[in-house]
Structures are given as C-alpha cells and as structure tokens.
Design a protein. Sequence first.
Length: 91
Amino acid sequence: MDGETKVFTVSEGFAEIGQHVVVIVCNAAEWPSEIDIERAESALERAKTRFNSVTTTEEQRLYAQHAMERAKARITVAKEWEKSSKNHSEL
C-alpha cells in the first residue's frame, strides 16, 4: 500500500482511523472490479420505483432510499475505476 490509494464501496457501518491503521466495520464492501454496473443500475431503478410508490410505507421508503444511495455509490465507484483502468492501460 505505502501511499497507494485503494477505492471500494461500503454499506452502512463505521470506520475507526488510527495513526497507522484504518478499521472499517460494515455490512458489505466491494472492490470496483467486482461491481456489475448494469446490475447496479437496475437496482437503482427498482429502488426508485419502490421509493415513489404511493403504497410504500415510511419504513419501506427509508429502506428504498438507502438502496438508492448504495446503488449510486456502486455505479460511481465502478465507472471511475473503469475510466482510470482505461487511462492506465493506454500508457
């Protein structure tokens, strides 16, 4: 690692940052190379539909909001990684 930047997505959780170590406790974490962008985009659309449904309860709406945030983060990280991978391969 030695100054190298690593990017990944995490679900809800927390991080403890020390002088020489970072500890992350979360429900799920994914490296960008593991993310299927089309699947994440489908998840985002499903979550939007649930969020906007008139029959959705407040609890379901909150769950849908978290699902939208998670899908957006996954999409952003995967696309940035894809773009940087292409730039590095062209060098």
